[in-house]
Design a protein around this ligand. Structure first.
Ligand code: B12
Ligand code: SF4
Ligand code: SF4
Length: 308
């Protein structure tokens, strides 16, 4: 099958798995990935996420990670459920964590997609990545023509805003490539920078994880630094403020077609006081196969206490 026909078949298959967007970029070394990631690490903006610096070489050069890589197929999966947890006294969870663990949901679809496209060419091989693989997913999505990286540092699309996850399949076959997304449609807006309660977006397109509530409530281990103890603003897992305030989401957000992302029983509208009384057993039951497991029971209890 020629490159054009293979590309078309892959795009058609991805659409059948009802991803919101699909784009394809050429897998090669982009020196700017090393420069931006290395600068970010040198400034200490990765905080205690040493797993980022440990795989700097692979993360900033796809050929170090997967030497046979020729093409990166990027998809987006909308997770917006239309729910927010904004009432006072309620424990707030980021939209993305209301339901089933997205790593599992998206990987399952991508493995099925990979199996299908392997059928188009006996020599085609590839790997599936969702979040945890050492690649810079937002940069690849911009190269694959899907959208632009906003000032809050998340990828935004013109049609549905930014409430989506990114996933990819790296394959060993050349395809036809989409054009880099050149436009930056943030314009003069600075809403995300202005509304971030901790000043974590230290400059446009620059996030200092040390100050970010998402980092503090999910990735940080041990006690919260003193200066952030009373700044969590009700968030007990993740933080959505910079996305909630973004005009692209206010105008264009669409509700997801994945039922599994909708809020589970017992997660929505629970007061901080009720959260503070849940046992480890209850925690395990409520968050079975949920991304919230990442912060562990002790981390969630720490976050709840800081908000009381
Ligand atoms: C580490 C990480 C975090 C860290 C650091 C965030 C960050 N900005 O990097 C923490 C824990 C804080 C975090 C939080 C969140 N994360 Co996160 N995270 C990642 C992860 C694993 C790596 C990101 C990375 O490489 N960072 C390194 C630095 C160098 O990149 P950077 O901030 O993007 O900054 C550079 C670029 O902006 C670059 N740049 C590139 N292009 C351009 C263009 C211009 C014009 C300019 C000026 C700069 C620029 O310059 C900057 C560095 O100098 C990715 C998954 C993956 N494998 O990629 C998910 C990922 C980025 N996270 C995701 C999500 C959903 C979130 C949260 C929304 C979750 C939540 N609600 O709590 C928050 C959002 C916080 C925020 N404002 O960014 C999604 C984003 C989807 C999307 N629409 O973009 C991803 C892609 C996971 C996934 N598979 O879906 N995350
Ligand atoms: S996730 Fe919250 S704390 Fe982090 S940059 Fe966005 S608004 Fe600020
Ligand atoms: S809030 Fe404004 S500046 Fe921030 S990402 Fe959205 S459009 Fe860009």
């Amino acid at each position: 099958m020629d490159t054009k026909a293979l590309t078309q078949k892959i795009k058609k298959s991805a659409k059948d798995f009802s991803f919101s967007h699909i784009g394809i970029a050429e897998a090669k070394t982009y020196k700017e990935d090393y420069t931006s990631l290395n600068n970010w690490i040198q400034n200490g903006y990765h905080a205690s996420m040493h797993w980022i610096e440990n795989r700097l070489a692979e993360r900033s050069n796809i050929l170090e990670y997967y030497p046979n890589a020729e093409s990166v197929i990027i998809v987006t999966q909308n997770y917006y459920t239309g729910n927010t947890s904004s009432s006072k006294g309620i424990g707030k969870f980021s939209n993305y964590a209301w339901g089933d663990d997205y790593h599992v949901v998206i990987k399952k679809k991508l493995y099925e997609l990979l199996a299908e496209i392997k059928g188009y060419d006996p020599e085609l091989d590839g790997i599936v990545c969702v979040d945890t693989s050492p690649i810079m997913e937002k940069a690849w999505a911009q190269r694959a023509g899907i959208g632009w990286i906003g000032k809050h540092t998340n990828l935004i699309t013109k049609d549905i805003g930014s409430w989506f996850f990114l996933g990819s399949i790296i394959i060993n076959k050349k395809l036809e490539y989409d054009n880099f997304y050149e436009q930056d449609l943030c314009g003069t807006c600075t809403a995300c920078i202005d509304d971030c309660p901790t000043g974590a977006i230290i400059d446009a397109y620059q996030l200092d994880s040390n100050k970010c509530i998402s980092y503090l409530t999910i990735e940080h281990r041990g006690d919260l630094p003193d200066e952030y103890q009373d700044k969590l603003d009700g968030w007990i897992y993740g933080c959505d403020i910079c996305q909630e305030t973004c005009p692209w989401n206010k105008k264009f957000a669409e509700v997801t077609n994945v039922d599994g992302f909708k809020p589970r029983d017992g997660v929505k509208n629970k007061s901080l006081k009720d959260w503070s009384n849940i046992s480890e057993e209850e925690y395990k039951k409520i968050f079975k196969k949920s991304a919230v497991k990442r912060t562990k029971y002790s981390g969630l209890m720490r976050n709840i206490k800081a908000n009381l």
